[in-house]
Write a protein that binds this ligand. Structure first.
Ligand SMILES: [Ca+2]
Length: 195
């Protein structure tokens, strides 16, 4: 559906370009009128390009949702190639998302269940929570304070040293969290907000 709409918008863009560039001008008045006309066409083209780009984003999001899962207003996608925390987050951003950040117990359980299904046998995954800037002050990938936590208290997490500043969700510990060394290699889950 999105692909069809994209094609329609592209055809419209081409028609407008043709209209803009193929009409001859004769008098000064005609030239001035044509200038106004061209501005009008330019702004229409800009609007159409914006639509093309938003359709492209929708299409990319649909692909992510189909490959991963849709839960409430988010899509999650597990990436199985282990990376350092920062590389993992950069990779999610490059795909139009961020590292997944569960905001409550429901989201955390959904994330845990999806992680378990998508990468069976994997122990833990990076999520978008860290206290890199100030020890003990956990923030999300936008540097906003996090209010929901699910620490694995049975393993005395977070150990809270400066050595371990990035948070992983452990499937082995039923979705509980632990702080880990940011440079350790882990699989990760990206999240994409559905508009
Ligand atoms: Ca720890």
């Amino acid at each position: 559906m999105a692909r069809l709409a994209l094609n329609v918008v592209l055809v419209l863009c081409c028609s407008l370009l043709h209209f803009c560039c193929s009409r001859p001008s004769r008098t000064r008045k005609a030239v001035s009128a044509r200038g106004v006309e061209e501005d009008d066409v330019k702004s229409q083209l800009e609007r159409l390009w914006q639509e093309v780009n938003s359709l492209k984003e929708m299409q990319a999001l649909q692909t992510v949702c189909l490959r991963g899962i849709k839960a409430h207003k988010k899509c999650y996608l597990t990436i199985e190639e282990p990376k350092h925390y920062h590389e993992a987050n950069e990779d999610c951003i490059a795909q139009g998302g961020t590292l997944a950040t569960p905001r409550d117990a429901t989201e955390n359980n959904e994330l845990r269940d999806y992680a378990r299904r998508s990468a069976p046998g994997s122990r833990d995954f990076w999520i978008g929570v860290a206290d890199i800037v100030k020890e003990g002050q956990y923030v999300d990938v936008n540097s906003m304070p996090v209010s929901y936590f699910n620490w694995d208290r049975s393993r005395k997490q977070p150990t809270g040293t400066k050595r371990e500043s990035c948070v992983a969700l452990s499937v082995a510990a039923q979705g509980r969290w632990a702080d880990e060394v940011c440079r350790s290699l882990k699989k990760y889950i990206c999240e994409y907000i559905i508009p």
